[in-house]
Design a protein around this ligand. Structure first.
Ligand code: MN
Length: 372
């Protein structure tokens, strides 16, 4: 029977009715995939979707929506943020079919090939493991087990996307289950996402778990962040345009600068751990610069350090000494009209663009004079 706590209903394939409930969001997935997949790859994704929609035809989520919405949303997370290949997107669409419907792995192998079947099998096996993660050691063991059990790391990535969508829709579960899932997310899944260097998933998992585990603290931080939003957005825009001008002057091209607000859980951690008031936390916004080459990353760092004064002891060279997960980047914190933390992150894979990201924060009132 279904192990996905968010599912209700009959788990038989049923009579393959003509009126198969369709996902609300497949058009969105198709659109995202069409931006980076070939027509053949896209058609494999469509086939996986149609197959999964038939398998889950009689199932609904607790919210009452057709079950197929869930695998489609998981596939969207993997395609949109992470641009995963078509096998991963197909496996995401099919990830609950073996667990929750009469479909077998050999059906999947026959229709979609070995790789997709192995990915689905891996996800199914991870789903079968549950343990009490309130025990820190257990949580660590579980994380290790996840990594050891997955010959193909893409299995863990699918599982993370699966958990992310389940967390986004956690409100449909009874309160006791919500807390259990949120705890497990904080202790097992967010650290795994961190270990794999998938920060966008890590941040969202942490904030969702934070919301369910400490609703009052969450509300408080969210309100503080909301109140200072306008100032931070202005600061971020200013910093980005200064950087952009300076990089152009340095004859750098082919780069991307993006900014994001700092997520709530990490703000709260700083307030608690360092006993700081919200107004003392300056790096509330992050800016990332993506460069093409390693040497461009160092040039961009030079730009940042000439625009703003670096804070002592905050520079980290993860290019010379990459993190265990292969993450390579430059981090710095600088003081200026806005304070910034700067990162440049070339990936270990040389064919992919390298990345640089500074982090800017608000509270311009406390900013020291800019060093030009
Ligand atoms: Mn699932």
């Amino acid at each position: 029977m279904a192990t996905d706590a968010n599912m209700v209903g009959d788990d038989s394939l049923g009579d393959r009715r003509e009126d198969i409930p369709l996902a609300d969001n497949f058009a969105k997935l198709e659109d995202i995939c069409s931006r980076y997949m070939s027509p053949e790859q896209l058609s494999k994704v469509t086939q996986a979707y149609e197959f999964a929609a038939r398998c889950h035809a009689d199932q609904r989520r607790r919210s009452g929506e057709p079950y197929i919405n869930h695998p489609v949303e998981v596939a969207i997370i993997l395609a949109d943020n992470l641009k995963m290949d078509e096998d991963v997107v197909c496996a995401a669409l099919l990830h609950d079919t073996v667990e929750d419907t009469p479909v077998t792995l050999s059906d999947i192998t026959l229709l979609f090939g070995e790789t997709v079947a192995e990915l689905v099998d891996g996800v199914t096996k991870l789903t079968a493991i549950t343990t009490d993660t309130r025990d820190e050691k257990q949580a660590l063991n579980l994380r290790k087990m996840f990594l050891a059990m997955s010959k193909d790391i893409r299995v863990v990535i699918i599982k993370l996307a699966d958990r992310l969508h389940n967390m986004r829709t956690l409100a449909a579960l009874p309160p006791e289950k919500r807390r259990f899932k949120a705890r497990e997310t904080m202790d097992v899944y967010a650290p795994l996402a961190d270990r794999l260097g998938i920060s966008s998933i890590k941040w969202e998992l942490e904030d969702l778990a934070f919301f369910y585990l400490q609703p009052e603290d969450y509300e408080r931080v969210a309100r503080l962040v909301q109140d200072s939003r306008e100032q931070r957005e202005t600061d971020m825009a200013t910093a980005i345009s200064l950087l952009d001008d300076d990089l152009k002057r340095a004859n750098l091209s082919d780069y991307q600068i993006t900014g994001r607000p700092k997520h709530l859980w990490s703000i709260f951690q700083k307030m608690v751990r360092k006993g700081k008031e919200f107004s003392d936390i300056y790096d509330l916004i992050a800016i990332r610069i993506i460069m093409r080459t390693v040497s461009d990353c160092y040039s961009a760092l030079g730009s940042v350090h000439s625009l703003w004064h670096p804070l002592p002891g905050r520079f980290k060279d993860y290019i010379a000494t990459p993190k265990p997960n292969g993450y390579r980047s430059l981090h710095t914190t600088v003081v200026g009209p806005v304070r910034s933390r700067f990162r440049s992150e070339p990936t270990t894979c040389t064919s992919r663009p390298s990345t640089a990201s500074p982090r800017t924060g608000s509270t311009s009132a406390r900013a020291t004079p800019r060093v030009a």
